[in-house]
Design a protein around this ligand. Sequence first.
Ligand code: URA
Length: 423
Amino acid sequence: FDAVDVIRTKRDGGTLSDDQIAWIIDAYTRGVVADEQMSALAMAIFLRGMSDAETARWTQAMIDSGERMSFESLSKPTVDKHSTGGVGDKITLPLAPLVAVFDVAVPQLSGRGLGHTGGTLDKLESIPGWQADMSNETLLAQLEDLGAVICAAGSGLAPADKKLYALRDITATVDCLPLIASSIMSKKIAEGTSALVLDVKVGSGAFMKDEASARALAETMVRLGTAAGVDCTALLTDMSTPLGRTVGNALEVRESVEVLAGGGPADVVDLTVALAEEMLRMAGKPDADVRAALADGRAMDKWNQMIRAQGGDPEAALPQAAETEVVRAESAGVLTGLDALSVGVASWRLGAGRAKQGDELSLGAGIELHAKPGEAVTAGQPLMTLHADNPALFARAQEALAEAVEITPAAEGADAEAAAGSI
Ligand code: URA
């Protein structure tokens, strides 16, 4: 095979053969195909697409590039959740211990954030002492013992994806349905979970901005999982506005702990409960009362055990940014819009996210939201508090927020409030 032929086939709108796909993924992983060539192919796929059969073959080739794990030795069923990524999406933190309360194993092999969406590992690393890296043996032992593990996906799982995702990130080829679906599902299938619930985000803060494309992504991923023997379902959930009232690593841990203590914002609690119920249904426990486990401290006990098992101190103070700045409402009325992407970009600019892989984060940086869409606001009331270690960052964050807030005057606001509340 010749990489140029493969690129030309896709560039001209043709279909890649099974052998071409298997060869190019393997050769790229081994460094025989150059980044320049893979970039050109990724762009050709971005522009021309891939059929279902090509996407399935591509996914299989990425799985075959590395090791496959197995949880079959465990005494309990495994069920995993994956979100396609959003702003303020800290759901994995309360969800994993909550589901594990019901004697189900929840392996959350997670990643770091890049761009405006945060990464689960970055959030947990704001807990003093907590370690993301874990050997496969320790992972299995912790799953058997506690049921819940959130850790870094080992470098052995789908190494082709690791290389390709970094390349896509710098060549404007991330937001491409077959490449997203194969990237996520290759890792999940290689991980070896028996069941998987996908939380596919829709809206400005998500890869998929409209419901039709989010649904298409969800259907493609469910098909890929099902064909590989993973019991797979998907929820489409809103990402037009941030989840909860905090965006940024330590701030999101604080809010997750509030949920585990039986409180927390309603949208975070509701989504955590909906995903937990779906996961437990798939694990054969449809009657589990997950709200009770949040209310009575069982989920919190599990969280504390999970954090301690990975070296963290759940009682320790979380990092706090050195400086704050308040953003106030310019008029009175009903908050009818608070744009997820703008808030995500602002939080990133405050130091909560990284511009390139390996950048240091400011773990206390981010944004607290004092009002959410559907709520009445008065002129001058605080809408958000920005947190940063370096006050020079506030101006650029404020620029990102310039169009983020939509307030509808009170007269029209009654209808708007009803509309916003029904999303
Ligand atoms: N998350 C992934 O793991 N891969 C993608 O391509 C997009 C989101």
